[in-house]
Design a protein around this ligand. Structure first.
Ligand code: HEC
Ligand code: HEC
Length: 188
């Protein structure tokens, strides 16, 4: 199923090499990342409102295989530097993801908020977690992706552009990742 989706996406991408508009070129991307900035695919990040400089660095890292996830490495491989910029600028203009519609668990939110304050996540990611420059927007990102990627920074299987997040995650216990991800995904 997954490889079928990737094959279709790659076909759309090579087709779109001749197409003019960025809207046409991003059809392949939205198959996984969601059409309106919000992802409905397991473990796949929402891209809406993402900081363009952050997205640019990540696409560059995928292209150079400094960040490893096979489908993304394949998607970024044919991209020129101009392409990377076009895609990242476009991503930033998509609508921001919104919090889940189900009611929050107040105790769970309080635990996550305390951890975020303790670890000063908002000093870099902004008080509303909207990010800034090379620091990503994390507000209302998918909870499953947040938990996965934080665990990967912690065990060093995701290498950031620098060691910032690996350092941050040293003081966060594995068992606390779920609370942080819940809070950030639901923050209003
Ligand atoms: C087959 C599904 C798939 C397709 C097609 C796809 N992506 Fe992705 N993308 C992913 C997944 C999954 C990740 C997260 C990888 C990880 O866990 O590290 C990702 C990560 C990203 C990121 C980093 C986001 C972040 O928050 O760190 C960017 C930017 C991105 N993709 C842009 C694109 C663009 C632009 C395209 C189209 C040219 C595209 N993607 C096509 C699945 C896909
Ligand atoms: C000193 C600044 C700093 C602090 C403090 C910080 N971050 Fe980050 N964070 C960054 C930077 C820079 C990146 C991009 C790293 C990269 O290149 O992968 C990042 C990336 C992330 C990502 C990946 C987002 C994505 O779309 O893939 C998540 C999730 C995240 N941080 C959550 C947190 C949480 C939760 C905390 C608090 C426990 C925190 N950060 C504290 C600077 C910081």
């Amino acid at each position: 199923m997954r490889s079928l989706a990737i094959a279709a996406a790659l076909a759309a991408l090579s087709f779109s090499a001749n197409a003019e508009t960025i809207q046409e070129r991003t059809v392949a991307c939205f198959a996984c990342h969601g059409e309106h900035g919000t992802s409905e695919t397991e473990n796949t990040p929402s891209l809406g409102g993402q900081q363009a400089p952050y997205a640019l660095i990540q696409l560059f890292m995928f292209r150079e295989k400094l960040r490893v996830f096979d489908p993304m490495n394949e998607m970024a491989k044919p991209m020129t530097d101009d392409d990377l910029r076009t895609f990242s600028d476009f991503i930033a203009t998509l609508p921001k993801p919104t919090p889940p519609t189900d009611a929050d668990d107040p105790a769970w939110m309080a635990r996550g908020q305390a951890l975020a304050q303790q670890n000063r996540c908002n000093t870099c990611h902004n008080t509303d977690f909207s990010g800034k420059e090379n620091v990503p927007r994390i507000a209302n990102q998918r909870e499953d992706y947040l938990a996965k990627t934080l665990a990967e920074y912690k065990d060093n299987s995701r290498h950031g552009y620098d060691a910032t997040m690996a350092d941050v995650m040293q003081t966060v216990a594995k068992e606390q990742i779920g609370d942080l991800a819940y809070y950030i995904a639901h923050v209003r």
